[in-house]
Design a protein around this ligand. Sequence first.
Ligand code: CA
Length: 741
Amino acid sequence: MKAISVTGIAWFIFVICVACADSTTPVYDNKVPVGEAATLAQRLLQLENEPQTWMTGGRDYQQSYYSPLQQINAANVDQLGYAWHYDLESEHGYEATPLVVDGVMYGSGPMGTAFALDARSGKELWSFTPEIDLSFVRKVCCGVVNRGVVLDGDRLFVGALDGYLYALDKADGTVLWRVDTFTDRERGYTITGAPYIANGLVIIGNSGAEFDARGYITAYDVRSGEQRWRFFTVPGDPRKGFEHPELEAAAATWDPESLWQVGLGGTVWDAMAYDPLLNLLYVGTGNAAPYPRKLRSPAGGDNLYLSSILALDPDNGKLRWHYQTTPGDNWDFTATQKMILADLDIAGATRKVLMQAPKNGFFYVLDRVTGELISAQPYANVTWASHVDMATGRPVETEQAEYFNAPKLIFPGPQGAHNWQPMSYSPSTGLVYIPVKEAGAIWTMPEEPFEYQKGGLNSHSLYVFPTPGEWGLDSPLAKTLPPLEELGAGQPDTTIRGVLRAWNPVTQKLAWERDTSGPWTGNMNAFWNGGGLMSTAGDLLFQGRGTGELVALEASTGKELHSIDVGLSMMAAPMSYAVDGVQYVAIITGIGGGNGNDYVPGMAAYTYGNKGRVVAFRLGGAEVPKRAQVERENAGLVEPAFARRGTAAQQELGARLFVRNCAKCHANIDGRGSGIPDLRLMSESTHREFAQILLEGTRAGRGMGNFADLLSSAEVEALHVYLIDEAWKLWEKQGEGTQWH
Ligand code: CA
């Protein structure tokens, strides 16, 4: 019942170069001056003159998540303590790293809220809450989160969950313009990613590859909001023609009878980067729906441009080169993970590189001028491919990779060996720091045939993590599969772990590693415990944890130097800035993101709740003031409020509907008090409201979407029948060793 589907297909590598000479002269010519301030690109090119600034999501245009400040350093970090905090309202989890520019901090939160604070004190300057069409709340795979803002001149940009891109006046949060970025509002599109700026344009993608999104990015003029170009990442039905020539080339890598009506995914839901010297925009693309390639594109093919890194000319939206990390993606192996640009000395030459650790488990170093693959090596357990062939640039798949005809244990699992949590590159140590998830998953196909569901989940694979418990190896799904001893024979250790790895990108070798599983080795909380990373010139590396600790390590050695009890669970990357000569470290707290997080004892969110908070730290700071402890609803197992009802046929239908529509969020828990409720523990009032919640969206504002367009009243009743039965089963099992908190 831990059933959830995941990914898609595609591949190829191809290096179409490019009349882009390796010039050191800025191509950016200030064509589009914005506001009173210098343009973003001009300022980013001189960022060494303002070490106090954190200008973009990853601080610089390289997206390195590295601060050159060193007032706080390895020798004194044990004196780092609380400076100020700013309380946020959402409990849905915060994934953004804030910016600090000219003494003001800018950040964002779930659904596209934004705020500006005085970076000295945390005092609010303004806050912004977009009006949201709540029908989009159910169209998220992994929470109604938001991954950040971008600033250009006098304006700040944020994407809202329901597809509107907002340009705000950075001085007061006033909306300067707003544009609808969606091509079809009935489909499973949402925005959870940050916008990026490239040469006077603001670029935004979207999420929804588990649903029926057809991926694309759109470029808008930063001043007017006028659309300049749109680049689709996968073709539509070739019989209807192509929006741009790159799609004709891509269509040759798809079965002409592919499931075009599903949209096919490839969404740009997280990382981009822009090199102002090369005037190239880098874009990471996601997986497809349905995940199984044999279903999606039966004749095979690489399925461009899924799971790819694209280099586009921002002036016209034309593709300059592309590299597909996972041809024929079958496993939700997105290439949307953060990309870091750097200059590395490799084999006697300085190379302008792009580095990415996508979900598929290989660490890639590409020449970012040409797209040439320089190196690729596994940074985690990888069994779907034996290696990347340097002659072709392609991964060499193993027999373990294909689960279409038989269940397989495959490393990495669909969460990836690395997900959206930012990695960091320190030019001081020359190392890339990666929050790694060591976990395989057992994949299989559903029994029922695929049926396209407009606006709904269309991933159509099932997987289960090899973890004990009724949502893992004791789940009904796992019981239909061969035992783990059989599936795991000859495979890597299946113990789920979180690991912080320091990776040398030149030698493609591990420098050091530290286990970050916390108390959860062996279950999914282990791989969600370690958040995004930030390194500094003070030989420091910072990471927030689900346990509520902000940990400072020595970046060169991995030695833990200091741990601050923040009292709130964290997953976003920290950042650092300085104002009035004082260096601060700051982070936005709040865990979640919909998939795999469980508020269990030991997790700060279990004790203090999960409302977000910006917390800043400085040398000589105090202890962090704690939030009040939460009264836990569902603190124990109680007898179900409703009697069993309905027929076996309703139960069976309800079970299938649960897997298809609910499990993605509600089945990630092993029966304990989670931020996303265990539906077997619904209160009497929730039971009474059950049909209205699903069919009228009465809890959409709290993150539980309206399913009226997907489910009939009869289907909602079948779901209810099933959940009531599950509640009774759980109740009847107590005393048989069911763990309860
Ligand atoms: Ca995905």
